[in-house]
Design a protein around this ligand. Structure first.
Ligand code: AMP
Ligand code: ZN
Length: 134
């Protein structure tokens, strides 16, 4: 993809703070981090989002995230970690090249990466299940 900044970063055409690289992925430090060590797993091939990325590449991204999560636990001594992956503008995706956020969490880090729970009735949940599963 011409003009895709994450294609350029993933393939080394634009410099980045790379913390892991293999044949298919590059992991870089996010330049607007939620917390210390916030990183992005970038596939070297261009896929816009979860709907486009092949199953095996998506599985590979999670394998890489697990490896990097271990590195972070050992070196940054984080107390926890969020994996976040946004798809579509409405879900907060701002760069349209698939990426998996690895966000190390620290006690009292002041971040809120959770959602506001709602209270659907049992009937509403059953209806949603029917809509999804038929
Ligand atoms: P998302 O909102 O899920 O699309 O996440 C995009 C992320 O990419 C944000 O957290 C940005 O801070 C980060 N980002 C955008 N451009 C760059 C860049 N050139 N280098 C590193 N991180 C970037
Ligand atoms: Zn791209």
């Amino acid at each position: 993809m011409e003009n895709c900044i994450f294609c350029k970063i993933a393939n080394g055409e634009i410099p980045s703070n790379t913390i892991y690289e293999d044949e298919n992925f590059r992991v870089i430090l996010d330049n607007g981090p939620a917390t210390k060590g916030h990183a992005l797993v970038l596939p070297k091939e261009h896929y816009a989002d979860l709907f486009e990325i092949p199953e095996d590449v998506a599985a590979g991204a999670v394998k890489v995230a697990k490896k990097v999560a271990g590195m972070m636990k050992d070196t940054l001594l984080c107390d926890g970690l969020n994996l976040v992956q946004n798809n579509g503008q409405v879900a907060g995706q701002t760069v349209m090249h698939y990426h998996l956020h690895i966000i190390p969490r620290y006690k009292d880090d002041g971040q809120t990466i959770l959602w506001k729970p709602t209270r659907p009735s049992a009937d509403e949940l059953a209806e949603i299940r029917k809509t999804i599963c038929g």
